[in-house]
Design a protein around this ligand. Sequence first.
Ligand code: NAD
Length: 484
Amino acid sequence: MGVEVVKNYINGRWVESKAKDTQDVINPATGELLAKTPMSTREETLQAIEAGKAAFNRWRATPALTRVRHLNRIRDAFEENFEELSKILTMEQGKALDESRGEYRRTIENLECATSVPSLQMGYNTEDIASGIDEMVIKQPLGVFFCVAPFNFPAMVPTWFWPFAIGCGNTYIVKPSPQVPLSQVKQFEIIHKLGLPRGVMNMVHGGLEAVNALLESPDTVGMSFVGSTRVGKLLYKKAGEQGKRAQVQGGAKNFLTVMPDANLERTVPAIMTSFFGCAGQRCLSGAVLLAVGEIYEPLKKAVVEGAKNIIVGNGLEEGVQMGPMASKSGMDRVLGFIDKGVKEGAELLMDGRGIQIPGYEKGFFIGPTIFSDVKPKMTIAREEIFGPVMSIVHVKDLDEAIDVIHANRYGNASSVFTTSGKTARNYQYRVKAGNIGINIGVAAPIATFPFSGMKDSFLGDLHGQGQDAVSFFTENKVVITRWF
Ligand code: NAD
């Protein structure tokens, strides 16, 4: 029996793609083929756009409270299916089951936050801007939006956007990562049963051809992209040429700074989660550890001790803390970086290559890997690795730490560990990164806050989640009134 090719969801119906090209969906812990993703054609993608366009006027006219009642139903159904959804996520992506549960908590929080759209998007009103003349802003939805999603948070990332978009009265198309389509398939199966009007939510699988169709159609109004900066920049340019709204959340290289006055006992567990949680495949993962002054030697020792205790394995097994790389190509890429670190002269304190997990010989595993004596110009200190690799750089003071951070092209997240309020304040004021952690290893904003990012980690102005999302998904219309 052949393995299933996942279907698109267009206009309230499951539709088989006619595309000849498919991509394998592989369980990264076992190497097992789970399904295939079709590389949907332009015509198929245009059908999804047409469905969104046809549904827009009626959905827009649906009272906002009725619209968000649908979000509430979806929220409750995700809660009821919480364990199954989390398992599917681990199966296709590899992360530990507890991490999948964490991702679904956040997914649900996004839905909860978006149910406030009616009170978040009130607009504003001023009387008598001149005698007897009033002025107001009304916020209106724009039409069909879409997102292009990455492989690392396949369940949550689309919910940074679509609950807010449809809550505001737009219609939507999700384009999942072809590597991990199954979480979205399951979410759409749930949504399908809940009576959302046809065409409000659609899903098209695929790659270049589908994304180009979404970008080039005059009937889509805006794009949210999350993925690598290289691809994000290409799509941002194209969206601009087409006159569409766009927000691009790109790659990252996150620096964590440990000051000599840090509380090491509390700091090390936070560092472990930051660098090795989700096997380093988070856009908020720590990548470079900047050890300031005399903390360097004790910190090196403490992080190696901490990393030795991390349990690596199949994420579906309770107790496993770190799963595999999400794909073979991802694993090969990370191994390439580790080789490069060795070649460029960094000291390999802990080597995660060749780790054997009994019973999972075909899995894409790399264990926690730690380099010390890393120089800022080395490849492993500069480029995004996206794996469980820590590079420790010794710096003399906070100024040098910030110089190293600012020499990097990315600015997604950065954390400082210190017991000094003055140092912490200095850090949050000066460091050019969108998400700052003070004694926090993974500075992940909750649903009511914008998911920020600076420099090459973000293109656009309005971010995902919260009030920013409401602004991105609505147009301000000014109305000036005088009655004779
Ligand atoms: P990717 O850029 O390879 O792919 C992202 C999406 O773009 C996928 O849906 C893919 O199908 C599509 N795509 C790829 N090439 C394309 C092309 N030429 N034209 C049109 N579409 C194309 O990224 P990825 O490997 O899936 O995700 C990992 C990256 O995502 C990392 O760089 C990570 O830092 C970043 N990320 C950033 C954030 C953030 O909030 N800043 C969050 C999660 C992940």
